[in-house]
Unconditional design. Sequence first.
Length: 301
Amino acid sequence: MKPTLLVLAAGMGSRYGGLKQIDPVGVRGETILEYSVYDAVKAGFGKVVFIIRKSIEQVFREKIGATFDKVIPLEYVFQEFDTPITGLHEIPAREKPWGTGHAVLVAAPVIREPFAVINADDFYGSEAFQAMAHFLVHYCKPTQHAMIGYELCRTLSDFGAVSRGVCTSNKDLELVRIVETHCIQRSAHGLLGERGGETIRLEEKTPVSMNFWGFHPAIFEPLRTGFMQFVDENRQHPKAEYYIPLVADALVQKGTASFRIIPSQAQWFGVTYQEDRPFVVESLKELSRKGVYPATGLWSK
């Protein structure tokens, strides 16, 4: 059975100032998401599921969905503030979406096979899709999941601070801890970030999560029970978010699941800030010049 690609595309783009998911940045006006789907198709994925909001459905289907509907089977799932979850009878009012863990959870009704999760606005590289597809086909089990681990120094923006899931692994490249770390940026004192209200120093090559995960569908049950607990604990915190790294770390600490870190030395890039866009455009041009992607456009025949 071919794995599925689950794309998180419901983000608001508040720091970017618009819908990053549909911003044309490629050599023929492609979006970053088109490069990810192109790489996924080449790697052997069999279906793409988009997590979006109802408010962007029409423009997303016109600008994105129409590009792929003859390339690979597509499905759409909607993440809203009040998307119902089995067993949760009351969802408190929110100021922000519930986060990436909730986004994955709402896709449970349409996924029955091993699947990868990515952000719509991040460029991960073709090798990462090949490696993840290989894991999902050959090694994924109900208690064995994976993530692509990028070197922290290759995931920064020159135009502002970023948040990353900072990882610790053992000698077998299995995840030991993952901690969401905020306000990461270069300074005169090296790479610094904030965690628990304290400033910490970070190593350049520390592996971090860029939300490229590989899951067995068995993950949906601990996601669901974890979300119910999260909602109960955060009823008075309308900005708290249920992140995938929170779930992964909890499972590792309990010893109920393991996560293989698949290392990548690729240069990640994305459009966190509007100022990031020229670098992304030039980087994609360079990859086309090197022959990684067709210079005539991704979907040209």
